[in-house]
Design a protein around this ligand. Sequence first.
Ligand code: GLC
Ligand code: CA
Length: 560
Amino acid sequence: MKNNHWWKNAVVYQIYPKSFQDSNNDGIGDLQGIISRLDYLQKLGVDILWLNPIYESPQVDNGYDISDYRAINPILGTMADFDQLLAAVHQRGMKLVMDLVVNHTSDQHRWFVAAKQGRDNPYRDFYIWRDGKDGHAPNNWGSYFSGPAWKYDPASDQYYLHLFAPEQPDLNWTNPKVRTAVYQMMNWWADKGVDGFRMDVINLISKPAGLPDGPQSADEKYATVEGFVPNGPRVHDYLREMNKNVMSKHRMITVGETPGVTPADAKRYADLHNQELNMVFQFEHMNLDTNPNPALGKWYDQKPRLTDLRANLSKWQTELAGTAWNSLYWNNHDQPRVVSRFGDDSTEDYRVKSAKMLATMTHFMQGTPYIYEGEEIGMTNAGFTKLSDYVDLESRNAYHQLVEDQGLVDGPTMLKYLGMHSRDNARTPMQWDDSTNAGFSHHQPWEKVTANYRRINVANALADPNSIFYYYQRLIKFRHTMPVITDGTYALVPGNEDDQEVFAYTRHDQDTTLLVILNYTDQALERHYDVPGNAKVLISNYSDDQGSTLRPYEAKVYQY
Ligand code: GLC
Ligand code: CA
């Protein structure tokens, strides 16, 4: 390989274990289920599998509330199953990345159980405890999952901080014992052979000094922590220390989940020469939707304008080039399905065309692509219509807060927003075939299967040479074989900056130029680009090339 960063031309596939494949018919996906589908993933061609948390957990937040970092959740399998999975992944030449959730633990973790024993327990300082202020919480912070970020503990007459659910108390990273315990745990997994970590909300681990009140607008019950808690004062010290103690000792890949980062922040976290992380997940392109009512936060119903999307993606391409590394993703377990959100699932033809167009947009950019399970067959949003269909606590809490407590929106409207943005859209069972429960399980799944599974499923995709699956397979192969995708320069086609319908960019190195042309709309359009006579179409979602005529959602890449 040309560069010394082995992961640079790799493609990652994200598995949400509870929803991937159930092997023992209890309705919950599991590790043996993943093992049984490795041939499928190998056929797709991905290099690295990232598993959402599989550790012991009461599942208040689907595994992001960990009660034992060194044990496998029995609903998913045993440590022997895990060892078998890891060996089977390695045998196929793939790598395995674990989720690392160390901003917080579960309140059932033995550290927190001990900490709750009282103010002088040796584990007390593993968490963030404060006295109340005049009978109120220590400050005005709100939790990411609605309500206050502090919970009162009557036994010790103190509050503890939880940026997420009350069952997810935040660890106190200023305590060196916490940091040592985390590094030891990471090394334990690395010694087992795990190839890297995706680090959950890692830019929240260092809190603002003194935990001061945050800005709070008149219509907010609590201050929105997103605005001022991320990227705290010591976060880079901690990550350099972690790198020295863990990453530098193993050949691993790391990606930090870092909500609220700008390119300047990302360059500090993921500088190619600094000793922190390999790359981060930024969220700017997930937050471009124009929101008619800012008080509703992420709950809205408009797809981003192409001008905003292009400006944002291009900014990240240009600003990180040569100094840091991008992650490229459209969806994950916290985001709606890309084809429903940025594409068009209104007809079968548009679903397939727009899914391929969006895949083309990111897979030819510089960075590491992350494919979320089901994306490669164009799985859509869940289509839930009742609050009782929703499992995710964020969605349920938001409904209760915005509709019932604050009356900011009426019930039917909120259900429409949940239909577009709930995290449950990503968490419905993987659609393998058209049998009952989509081939995921013979038992009623823990989360409802999306109704369109008889049409949209892996079996159909594998049987159709023009499927989204085979398109992704080709995109992955290009990344493995074409250095221009990994290392070439990125540029917008001159004049494309303000085009509201078509996105056109080039990648270029001394040997090759790629011209990527993407129709973001369902309209036929005319666009003239200078394409040399010797250019060939490398890939397209239409079977022929009509030159300057671009059909709905057409994507094509010229190579010359
Ligand atoms: C991250 C995870 C999300 C989880 C939260 C708290 O954003 O991706 O699923 O709820 O952190 O751990
Ligand atoms: Ca199971």
